[in-house]
Design a protein around this ligand. Structure first.
Ligand code: 13P
Length: 339
């Protein structure tokens, strides 16, 4: 294993002022996103949409890497250049989602385990030849009714570590993504406990399976009150509670924590990241790997119309820039109103 090369890729992904665009929606998820703007999820529409995002001029100032889906890493831009090369040419590192989705966990009502380990070594080799330098694997956990169970926590931690070890062996930086879903009525304290338990298991398994933390990135949820909770914690409390959990559970050797947005509004996701960075420096870079929080306004502005491509790109560039500012605690809500 070439730890230096892995570490240098991981550090480039969390370079100052930059973060990751998660554009790795599976077929089912991209269909949901397209349904929300009333367009059909055809291969051509998916290509046009990703082309719009990946060819946005100036995005590379704030975007270090893009996570692709299997279809997209094999697809070309509208000008015929393969998408991984389009990104590479702009100084953006291509990555790939390699898990095959969260499936019901046997004998555990309402819980999931993420699948995709069978044949993963071969798939990683192919993805690397297609240009991927990092990968992602997402596990999900819910809060409430005795969940997450220890069984779910440890089963997913074991799979995440098996994935991460295979990635490092292949020279690919694993983004380890344990997402404690923030749906429901739970308190922020309950979210902190669940997130802490999950991270404890994940770092135990990563260590036991010989994964080198220096060549790894963590992609966690932020610690929030449940989206349906009555008295939801504000920005400062979210920043404080989230940092507290990470200080307790994440080794300083991990170069970066790249948060997912997980259904927060785009402005909340930016404000929360900003508040955490405003109290830095911290042992790890605190950055973003947002899907919805980077794409939602762009998707809406585009609406599937060729004439609105530029509006879509502007909306995406704006969110990239504001999240770039949140990397150093320099974001201010007033910046939302500027062009
Ligand atoms: P969201 O930011 O929309 O949660 O997506 C990030 C992601 O990659 C989920 O796996």
């Amino acid at each position: 294993m070439d730890v230096q090369q892995l570490e240098s890729t991981a550090r480039a992904l969390v370079a100052e002022g930059k973060g990751i665009l998660a554009a790795d929606e599976s077929d089912g998820t991209i269909k949901k996103r397209f349904d929300s703007i009333g367009i059909e999820s055809t291969e051509a529409n998916r290509q046009a949409y990703r082309d719009m995002l990946f060819t946005t001029d100036g995005a590379e100032e704030y975007i270090s890497g893009v996570i692709l889906f299997d279809e997209t890493i094999r697809q070309s831009a509208l000008d015929g250049t393969p998408f991984p090369q389009v990104l590479d040419g702009r100084g953006i590192i291509p990555g790939i989602k390699v898990d095959l989705g969260a499936k019901p966990l046997a004998l555990a009502d309402g819980e999931t385990v993420t699948e995709g380990l069978d044949g993963l070594r071969g798939r990683l080799e192919e993805y690397r030849s297609l240009g991927a330098r990092f990968a992602k694997w997402r596990a999900t956990y819910s809060i409430g009714g005795g969940r997450p169970s220890e069984y779910c926590v440890w089963t997913n931690a074991h799979a995440l570590a098996r994935y991460a070890a295979l990635c490092q062996e292949a020279g690919i930086v694993p983004i380890v993504e344990p997402e404690v879903l923030q749906d429901g009525t739970h308190t922020i304290e309950e979210s902190a406990v669940a997130t802490g338990r999950v991270l404890q298991a994940v770092f135990t398994e990563l260590h036991d399976q010989r994964v080198d933390f220096r060549g790894t990135l963590l992609k966690p949820n932020m610690v929030l009150s449940g989206y349906e909770a009555s008295d939801r914690a504000g920005v400062e409390a979210v920043a404080e509670q989230t940092l507290e959990v990470f200080y307790r559970h994440v080794p300083a050797a991990v170069p970066g924590i790249v948060f997912l947005s997980g259904g927060q509004t785009d402005e909340d996701a930016t404000a929360h990241l900003n508040a955490m960075n405003a109290t830095g420096p911290h042992p790890w870079q605190l950055s973003f790997s947002y899907g919805r929080a980077l794409q939602a306004p762009a998707l809406k502005a585009w609406g599937g119309e060729v004439s609105k491509l530029e509006a879509g790109q502007q909306a995406y560039a704006k969110r990239a820039r504001l999240n770039g500012a949140a990397r150093s605690g320099d974001y201010k809500p007033e910046m939302e109103d500027a062009a």
